[in-house]
Design a binder for this molecule. Structure first.
Ligand SMILES: [Fe+2]
Ligand SMILES: [Fe+2]
Length: 178
């Protein structure tokens, strides 16, 4: 976690995961060819777990009139990230297009993280009660551990047809501040 961040702050959890993935992508781009395969598998797991955490827990919980547009756009960006990652996993690290596609993945991931951090997260902090967010954060911490345990990269292969929906079974939107 970030220094001083609460373990149950869902936004700190997601921001920490963004920096971790950006570090992994950077390492992968500078790795020697023989390390690319296992580093790519690690990045695919991290990306698949993060996207699933947002799509199955965070986004449905913070759905509101003032967040809906950005959440729908974010789901389309997730679809695009999954498609590029799918191509990379299928392509083989010695393909001469591999490095170009890796740059696209890194640029798209950084753009998406910036959008969430600059536009979505401040809205969420304004609209929802800190106690409700902390409860959501506790659920998300447990869910992220479970996702990492299941080698989530396999989810990418089933997730490239269309964007995920904004609602999820068993997740009610958080009540907003009055
Ligand atoms: Fe995110
Ligand atoms: Fe996201």
């Amino acid at each position: 976690m970030l220094p001083g961040a609460s373990m149950t702050d869902p936004i700190a959890l997601l921001v920490h995961d963004h920096r971790r993935m950006e570090g992994m992508l950077d390492e992968l781009l500078h790795a020697k060819a023989s390390d690319r395969g296992h580093l790519l598998a690690d990045v695919a797991d991290a990306l698949a777990a993060h996207v699933a955490l947002e799509e199955e827990h965070f986004y449905p919980a913070v759905r509101a009139r003032r967040t809906e547009d950005i959440l729908l756009e974010s789901l389309e960006e997730h679809l695009s990230l999954k498609r590029v990652m799918h191509d990379l996993l299928a392509m083989g690290t010695s393909d001469d297009r591999w490095e170009a596609k890796m740059h696209v993945l890194k640029e798209q991931a950084e753009h998406h993280h910036k959008e969430e951090e600059e536009h979505l997260f401040p809205k969420v902090q304004k609209l929802f009660d800190a106690i409700r967010l902390a409860e959501l954060g506790a659920t998300m911490t447990t869910a992220l551990d479970a996702l990492h345990a299941e080698r989530p990269r396999a989810r990418i292969f089933g997730g490239t047809k269309e964007a995920a929906r904004l609602s999820a079974p068993d997740v009610e939107p958080l009540s907003q501040r009055v």
